[in-house]
Write a protein that binds this ligand. Sequence first.
Ligand SMILES: [Zn+2]
Length: 85
Amino acid sequence: MNVFEAVKQSVTTRQAAERYGIKVNRNGMCVCPFHNDKNPSMKVDRRFYCFGCGATGDVIDFVSRLHGIGSREAALMLAQDFSIP
Ligand SMILES: [Zn+2]
């Protein structure tokens, strides 16, 4: 299994969002970091979807976009932060 698969199996987008400082409410909604969002319009679970700007993807896409890094860097960052071997 490669690092991309390992991360996607082990970490949900919701866990990653919370880990990187995004507050997720009990309905699994958060303020979208990808557009100028005032009310939570992004749904995060295993994947994410924003009802405001249409941003969508998996946990690696989320972290890559959030930090402005490549998908490989994002996968490695998640693997490290969530202690995935
Ligand atoms: Zn958005």
